[in-house]
Design a protein around this ligand. Structure first.
Ligand code: ATP
Ligand code: MG
Length: 364
C-alpha cells in the first residue's frame, strides 16, 4: 500500500505573516491543499514555540494567534480541507517532546545552524533558555505526532527537518517501526526559499522588522518598496547596476509572471531582458520599483479583501480554530498510543503484561 500523504506545517504567532512566508510556504500549502493529492493537511499556529523566545510577552503571542489565522484564511487555507489548530492546545506534543529529548544530545542541538544564528540575533549567547535551545525537538514532535510525510517550509527549516528525521530513525531503531520519516518540501524557485528583507538582509523576518506584510495597505506596500534597499553603487540611472543581492530583483524572481510585462511594463519581453538592461546601465531603480509595486499590489489585493471579510466575524474564526484543535488532538492521541506501546509505558491497556506478572509473582 502506498504511504498516506500527510502535510504538516506552521508559523509562529510573533507577528502578522509577510510575503516571505507567502512564497516560502503559504502559497505552496494552498496549492497542495487544492490538488487533493494529500489525504490530510495539518496547519498550526506555533504559540508554544513562540513563547520560547517571548516568554516575557505572552500578550504579544496571544494577540498574534488571530492575526496568523486571518492571514491563513485570507490566503485560501480552507478549514473544510485543512485542519488549522493551535500548538499549545495539544498536550500530546509536550509528552512526545519529553520522550524525544532522550534521543538527542546537547552537542547535536548546538550544531543546528538556524538555532545558532537565532541565538545570536536574540542575544541569548550568555544565557540560552532551555526551551528555546530545544525547540527543534519540539518541532520534531509537531511533525511526527501527525505522521506527516511532507513539510512545506522555507530553507531556514532544513536543519529542523534533518533533526526530526534523525529522531524518527533513532526512535524506530530502538523501539521498533512506529514513526513516519518526514520529507522537506522547499519551493522550486530559489528566490522563494529565503526571501530577503526590504533592507537587503538575508531573510525577511518578523523579528528583524524588514517585512512587507500580507495585510499591509496598498499605501504601506508602496512606501515600503519605495524605501527598499537596492544596489548602493547604482547612483545614477546610467550607472551599471547589480542584480545579485538586490532584493528588488529577488522579489521579482519570486513574484513576476510573464504576463505581468504585458500588463505593466510592455517595453520589456521578460525578466532576463529587464535584468540585462539594469546590469548594462540606463535603467533606474524607480522604474523597476514601480513595476514591482504593480505586481505586488495585484498579488496582495485579493488577499487583503478576503482578510477584511473574515475580520468581520472573529468569533467564527475562533470557532474554526477550536474545532481544528479538537481534530488535531484526536490525531495526535492516536500516535501517542503507538508511541507509548512501543516504549513499553502502556501499563493499563496491556492485559498480557498484567497476566504474566500475576503468574510470575504467584510462582515465586
Ligand atoms: P520569527 O522571526 O518569529 O522566527 P519568521 O518570520 O522567521 O518569524 P516563522 O514563523 O519562523 O517566521 O516561519 C514560518 C515559515 O515561514 C517557515 O516555514 C519558514 O521557513 C518560512 N519563512 C519565514 N521567513 C521566510 C523568508 N524570508 N523566506 C522564505 N520563507 C520564510
Ligand atoms: Mg523563524
Amino acid at each position: 500500500m502506498e504511504k498516506e500523504k500527510i502535510i504538516l506545517t506552521g508559523d509562529r504567532p510573533t507577528g502578522r505573516l509577510h510575503i516571505g512566508h507567502y512564497v516560502g510556504s503559504l502559497r505552496g500549502r494552498v496549492e497542495l491543499q487544492n490538488t487533493g493529492q494529500y489525504s490530510k493537511l495539518f496547519i498550526f499556529i506555533a504559540d508554544a514555540q513562540a513563547l520560547t523566545d517571548n516568554m516575557d510577552n505572552p500578550e504579544k503571542v496571544r494577540q498574534n494567534v488571530i492575526e496568523v489565522a486571518l492571514d491563513y484564511l485570507a490566503c485560501g487555507l480552507d478549514p473544510s480541507r485543512s485542519t488549522i489548530f493551535i500548538q499549545s492546545q495539544i498536550a500530546e506534543l509536550c509528552e512526545l517532546s519529553f520522550y524525544y529529548m532522550n534521543l538527542v544530545s546537547v552537542s547535536r542541538l548546538q550544531r543546528n545552524p538556524t538555532v545558532k544564528s537565532e541565538i545570536q540575533q536574540r542575544n541569548f549567547e550568555a544565557s540560552i533558555p532551555v526551551g528555546f535551545f530545544t525547540y527543534p525537538i519540539s518541532q520534531a514532535a509537531d511533525i511526527t505526532a501527525f505522521r506527516a510525510t511532507t513539510v512545506p517550509v522555507g530553507e531556514d527549516q532544513e536543519p529542523m527537518l534533518e533533526q526530526a528525521r534523525e529522531i524518527v530513525r533513532r526512535f524506530n531503531h530502538i523501539y521498533g517501526e512506529t514513526l513516519v520519516e518526514p520529507d522537506i518540501l522547499l519551493p522550486g524557485n530559489a528566490a522563494c526559499q529565503r526571501l530577503p528583507g526590504t533592507d537587503g538582509k538575508a531573510k525577511m523576518s518578523k523579528s528583524l522588522g524588514n517585512c512587507i506584510y500580507l495585510s499591509d495597505s496598498a499605501d504601506e506596500v508602496q512606501q515600503k518598496i519605495k524605501g527598499m534597499y537596492t544596489d548602493p553603487d547604482h547612483l545614477r540611472v546610467q550607472d551599471p547596476g547589480r542584480v545579485e543581492g538586490n532584493p528588488v530583483f529577488t522579489y521579482l524572481d519570486a513574484f513576476c509572471q510573464p504576463e505581468h510585462f504585458g500588463r505593466y511594463l510592455p517595453d520589456y519581453p521578460n525578466l532576463d531582458e529587464l535584468k540585462a538592461h539594469y546590469r548594462r546601465g540606463g535603467l533606474g531603480d524607480v522604474k523597476v520599483k514601480r513595476f514591482l509595486t504593480a505586481i505586488l499590489q495585484e498579488t496582495l489585493e485579493p488577499i487583503r479583501t478576503r482578510r477584511k471579510a473574515f475580520e468581520q466575524d472573529i468569533p467564527a474564526v475562533y470557532d474554526m480554530l477550536r474545532k481544528g484543535c479538537e481534530a488535531a488532538r484526536e490525531a495526535a492521541a492516536a500516535t501517542l498510543d503507538d508511541v507509548r506501546r512501543a516504549m513499553k509505558i502502556n501499563y493499563f491497556d496491556d492485559a498480557e503484561l498484567i497476566a504474566q506478572q500475576a503468574k510470575r509473582f504467584k510462582a515465586e
